[in-house]
Design a protein around this ligand. Structure first.
Ligand SMILES: *[C@@H]1O[C@H](CO)[C@@H](O)[C@H](O)[C@H]1NC(C)=O
Ligand SMILES: *[C@@H]1O[C@H](CO)[C@@H](O)[C@H](O)[C@H]1NC(C)=O
Ligand SMILES: *[C@@H]1O[C@H](CO)[C@@H](O)[C@H](O)[C@H]1NC(C)=O
Ligand SMILES: *[C@@H]1O[C@H](CO)[C@@H](O)[C@H](O)[C@H]1NC(C)=O
Ligand SMILES: *[C@@H]1O[C@H](CO)[C@@H](O)[C@H](O)[C@H]1NC(C)=O
Ligand SMILES: *[C@@H]1O[C@H](CO)[C@@H](O)[C@H](O)[C@H]1NC(C)=O
Ligand SMILES: *[C@@H]1O[C@H](CO)[C@@H](O)[C@H](O)[C@H]1NC(C)=O
Ligand SMILES: *[C@@H]1O[C@H](CO)[C@@H](O)[C@H](O)[C@H]1NC(C)=O
Ligand SMILES: *[C@@H]1O[C@H](CO)[C@@H](O)[C@H](O)[C@H]1NC(C)=O
Ligand SMILES: *[C@@H]1O[C@H](CO)[C@@H](O)[C@H](O)[C@H]1NC(C)=O
Length: 394
């Protein structure tokens, strides 16, 4: 996104500039905040104007020119993020992913009313998200993932940032509730809050985000029933809630709710009830994870209609199969020619496995064994699984 912005808005040719001490001083303060800025930013010296410094792009045709892009990903930058960055009030994009920045996210960023893109992902920033960030009203994409941020996310974030379509906060230590105001960020299409310590219930209002296609709430402390309204998010392609304390049942008509679903994970929660037969209608699924829940009943007999499936995990439930009819799904899965991993261990399966097991995908690498934590049995292209082992594995 910001690349387009960079090419569209910004003139990269060197324009002689003078009397723009404001932005130059702010950039030098940014450099001074870094413990290794001298080596990484050697080009930031007096021999050229700041608009031609590495990672800097400026307005075109403005005198003095103003900085619109600061892009220094993977530069090995260490140190803190200077509050002077808030003086670069023409900034539209900040890209500092994959560096070694630590310390706070400066509240002065709230001064950047033109900022559309900010990525501070994969650093070591700590402290809370400053409430002032809600003043960055032009923000469309915000990446703060994989830092050491903590505390509550500002409650008003979703109300203030009405243009936000991407929010990635995963892999931090955020606590408190998922802000209900996110339901008001009506353009939101990518929301990842995974791997934090968010607690409380999932706000049912998220179901109003018609364009949401990526929703990852996995590995938090969310509890309560998964709101049924979320099954109205018909644009979802990736939906992960694994690793929480959620309960509920999968609605019988799930097969008509998520036409675009590719990657669905309910694993490691407290879901109960059956696996609805209609799930076999989600034919874009490549990964289905139902592990470690309280699912009961038969596995849908025509699961093999999910012909794009690569990963199917259902261990640690109370699923049943006693007779030929119950095992039909194994025969059906022979249709999934791209299946790579299949795990069925620790269920209430019994009886005779169907011989059609030998027809499972030749790309299948592992059948997981749950009991003793040993995974699998390698199966090469031309070597069938020995039946005796398979019986042990399931
Ligand atoms: C940033 O702006 C403030 C107020 O406009 C000013 O006092 C300060 O000196 C500026 N900092 C830098 C490093 O330019
Ligand atoms: C100053 O930056 C230029 C590139 O803009 C670089 O060629 C030169 O080596 C730098 N000078 C120093 C002293 O680092
Ligand atoms: C944060 O916002 C408050 C209220 O809008 C303002 O008074 C304060 O100066 C801002 N802080 C910084 C560091 O910009
Ligand atoms: C989580 O964030 C930490 C700190 O930035 C990083 O070292 C780690 O690689 C991240 N983990 C994942 C799975 O992205
Ligand atoms: C969402 O926006 C409406 C209208 O501006 C407002 O009344 C409501 O309080 C907001 N919801 C939340 C949870 O902030
Ligand atoms: C889903 O949407 C339909 C129509 O858009 C609405 O009637 C229904 O109440 C919604 N279901 C839930 C559970 O929110
Ligand atoms: C299913 O996936 C295919 C291939 O990725 C894609 O072209 C198609 O649009 C998807 N179907 C839906 C309903 O999203
Ligand atoms: C799957 O979809 C087809 C066509 O939309 C429908 O006729 C059928 O009843 C669905 N199957 C299940 C089990 O819901
Ligand atoms: C088998 O897979 C094909 C695509 O490879 C798909 O069109 C078909 O519906 C599947 N048939 C059954 C019975 O699952
Ligand atoms: C394996 O698949 C082949 C081809 O579809 C079929 O003829 C054969 O009966 C199947 N074997 C078993 C044991 O189901």
């Amino acid at each position: 996104m910001w690349m387009r912005l960079l090419l569209g808005v910004v003139c990269l040719t060197t324009v002689a500039m003078a009397a723009s001490g404001g932005d130059e001083a702010a950039l030098l303060a940014f450099k001074a905040g870094l413990s290794n800025g001298g080596s990484a930013l050697a080009s930031w010296n007096g021999s050229t104007g700041f608009c031609s410094w590495e990672g800097v792009a400026c307005t075109r045709g403005r005198n003095p020119p103003r900085v619109v892009v600061l892009s220094l990903p993977k530069m090995g930058l260490a140190g803190t993020l200077s509050a002077a960055i808030g003086n670069l009030t023409f900034l539209q994009a900040i890209e500092l992913t994959f560096n070694w920045l630590h310390g706070d996210v400066p509240a002065s960023l709230g001064r950047l009313r033109r900022l559309r893109y900010m990525s501070l992902g994969y650093n070591s920033l700590s402290g809370e998200i400053p409430a002032n960030l809600t003043s960055c009203v032009a923000l469309e994409q915000l990446f703060l993932d994989s830092n050491k941020l903590s505390g509550r996310v500002p409650a008003e974030l979703g109300n203030a940032l009405s243009r936000l379509w991407l929010l990635r906060l995963k892999n931090n230590s955020f606590t408190g509730p998922v802000p209900e105001s996110l339901a008001n960020a009506s353009l939101l299409s990518y929301l990842s809050l995974a791997n934090n310590q968010f607690d409380g219930a999932i706000p049912p209002g998220l179901a109003g985000l018609a364009g949401l296609w990526h929703l990852d709430l996995s590995v938090n402390k969310l509890r309560g029933a998964l709101p049924l309204s979320l099954y109205n998010l018909s644009s979802l392609r990736i939906f992960h809630v694994e690793g929480n304390r959620l309960h509920g049942t999968i609605p019988a008509d799930i097969g008509s709710k998520f036409p675009a679903m590719k990657d669905l994970s309910f694993a490691n929660n407290r879901f109960t009830g059956g696996v609805p037969p209609s799930i076999s209608n989600l034919t874009n699924l490549t990964s289905l994870q139902l592990s470690i829940n309280g699912f009961t009943g038969l596995v849908p007999h025509d699961l093999g209609r999910l012909y794009r499936l690569q990963y199917l995990y259902m261990p640690y439930n109370m699923l049943q199969a006693d007779d030929t009819k119950g095992w039909e799904f194994i025969t059906s899965l022979a249709n999934c020619s791209q299946l790579v991993q299949l795990s069925l261990s620790d269920n209430a399966f019994a009886g005779q496995l169907p011989s059609s097991l030998v027809n499972l995908s030749s790309t299948l690498q592992y059948l997981y064994q749950g009991d003793c934590g040993i995974s699998g049995q390698w199966r090469s292209q031309d070597q069938n699984l020995p039946m005796a082992n398979v019986l042990l594995l399931i």
